[in-house]
Design a protein around this ligand. Structure first.
Ligand code: HEC
Length: 476
């Protein structure tokens, strides 16, 4: 007779053997302890998706318009709508893709292991719950980013009343007193990068366009009276560029890395226009004086003029010479100034007065200015439209007269690329910033340096865990 102890040993051994014999994935489905039956999205489903699916379902190039970045995106589905019905694997298109009843996924095969497919089936049957742990964002209004070096500055804007200068930071907008005497507020958002800043003409709203590379684009609208967010619009899977307000402040235009130009309503963010006429990234936008048209420049070398109503593309107003990065409108006239890789600022009439010809004549060109000593990376018009500043990759900023191209001053001291320039509303001061992370204020028209300062408090001790990634804070 077997003793009770021996019987117990026999049974445990048999169970252990059975356990080893089971395929790993099926075992995981039963739970490593053999008791837990619930399939976990986070530990069992998501790793399979990351390994076998995510490569072809990224924001940049989503197969079937399906983006697999997490639970919500999986459920949302792609071109053909939601991928699953909770509790009903038999009614879930996802199962048909995995089993090859529809176009087999992973596309081109090999199929998932049958135990893995079984995990999907079970997870859906159990209700397709999301057990992804919620990671608390370490950066928020009460926990601002900590810097060990000034961050690269990519955007600047003066408030119309002339009191405040908005400066881009890592995940935040830094509001400075316009004379450089101190930081007054930090507006912290989601986007890692703020690539352009603009105030509405009545000064009531501050808008930022940017995003987190290869994740999302974001437009933020802030109430300048309270420094509180009014709205955040996340749009496209990559950063947004060159934001501009319509003259009446009711619309906001910007360029995208998906080559589109878009216009949304302010501040609710409803898309009112999308133009897909550019063939490369769109870096800057500006509105015509009447607000009816938007102009955009791209690496594709074109300045495109589009009627916003009906997204009706009108014309390339320029002859294509070079990839373009910057575009600003003369505050007092329907003229735009652009600059790009060849370093030559060019001023154009927005509206054609002569018919287009076949022989590439640059009819709308009013004037081409001095070639800068490198790629043109920043532009600004003085408020009265008589002067402009142009910044280059090599760190030099030059001031010119619009009317005759006369050189007014050279603003020196910057080390590295100039990404942003802005004139004070009184026209007596111009600010420049970029790669070296310092904000420099210059007197107009002399070009004398008035002040240079870091726009952020710098940590002197070892930074706490939630400081920005080293690459962003220490300048590559
Ligand atoms: C080799 C690239 C590739 C891989 C890997 C891949 N897919 Fe796809 N997937 C596509 C493409 C492309 C489409 C668009 C339809 C087509 O071309 O067949 C698509 C379409 C889909 C659709 C339909 C979306 C819709 O609404 O039309 C689903 C669902 C899907 N894939 C799920 C998956 C899952 C789940 C995996 C991993 C098990 C996976 N895919 C792996 C390329 C891929």
């Amino acid at each position: 007779m077997l003793t009770r102890m021996a019987l117990f040993r026999l049974i445990t051994r048999a169970l252990l053997l059975l356990y080893i014999a089971l395929p790993a994935a099926a075992r995981a489905g039963a739970g490593a302890d053999g008791v837990k039956e619930t399939v976990s999205f986070h530990t069992q489903i998501w790793p399979i998706i990351q390994a076998r699916c995510a490569g072809c379902h990224q924001p940049a190039a989503p197969g079937g318009k399906l983006i697999l970045t997490g639970y919500a995106s999986l459920l949302k589905g792609g071109e053909h709508g939601p991928t699953l019905t909770k509790k009903r694997p038999d009614a879930s298109p996802l199962m048909d893709y995995l089993t090859g009843k529809r176009e087999l996924m992973p596309k081109g095969g090999p199929t998932l292991a049958s135990a893995e497919i079984e995990l999907f089936r079970k997870w859906i049957a159990q209700g397709a719950a999301d057990d992804t742990p919620v990671v608390k964002d370490p950066i928020d209004a009460n926990h601002p980013p900590v810097y060990t070096a000034p961050p690269v500055i990519t955007a600047l804007a003066y408030a119309p009343d002339g009191h405040t200068l908005a400066v881009s930071g890592y995940r935040e907008i830094l509001l400075q007193r316009a004379d450089g005497s101190g930081l007054t507020a930090r507006l912290i958002g989601q986007a890692q990068k703020i690539l352009s800043l603009a105030y509405s003409s009545d000064g009531k709203l501050l808008a930022a366009a940017g995003g987190s590379p290869a994740q999302f684009g974001e437009i933020q609208f802030w109430d300048t009276a309270t420094n509180k967010p009014v709205n955040s619009v996340q749009i496209t899977g990559d950063t947004l560029f060159g934001g501009s307000f319509s003259p009446d402040g009711k619309q906001f235009g910007f360029g995208c890395a998906d080559n589109s130009v878009r216009v949304i309503t302010v501040p609710d963010g409803r898309q009112v226009m999308r133009l897909d006429n550019h063939s490369d990234w769109v870096f800057a936008t500006t509105f015509s004086m009447d607000g009816k048209n938007i102009l955009s420049v791209s690496r594709d070398q074109a300045i495109k003029l589009t009627l916003i109503e009906g997204a009706s593309f009108i014309d390339d107003i320029n002859t294509h010479y070079t990839p373009l990065r910057c575009l600003v409108r003369n505050p007092k006239a329907d003229q735009v100034l652009c600059v790009g890789d060849d370093g030559i600022p060019r001023l154009y009439k927005i509206f054609r007065t002569e018919a287009r010809t076949m022989n590439q004549e640059d009819h709308n060109l009013i004037r081409a200015y001095d070639r800068q000593n490198g790629v043109g990376t920043a532009l600004a018009f003085s408020p009265d439209g008589t002067l402009f500043a142009v910044g280059a990759e090599t760190g030099l900023v030059n001031l010119y007269r619009v009317a005759d191209g006369g050189h007014v001053a050279t603003l020196s001291g910057q080390k590295g690329v100039i990404y942003a320039l802005a004139f004070h509303p009184d026209g007596k001061q111009v600010v420049a910033a970029g790669f070296d992370g310092l904000v420099r204020l210059y007197e107009v028209p002399t070009g004398r340096l008035l002040k240079a300062f870091a726009p952020v408090p710098l940590a002197t001790h070892a930074p706490p865990k939630h400081s920005p990634p080293a690459a962003l804070s220490t300048r590559k």
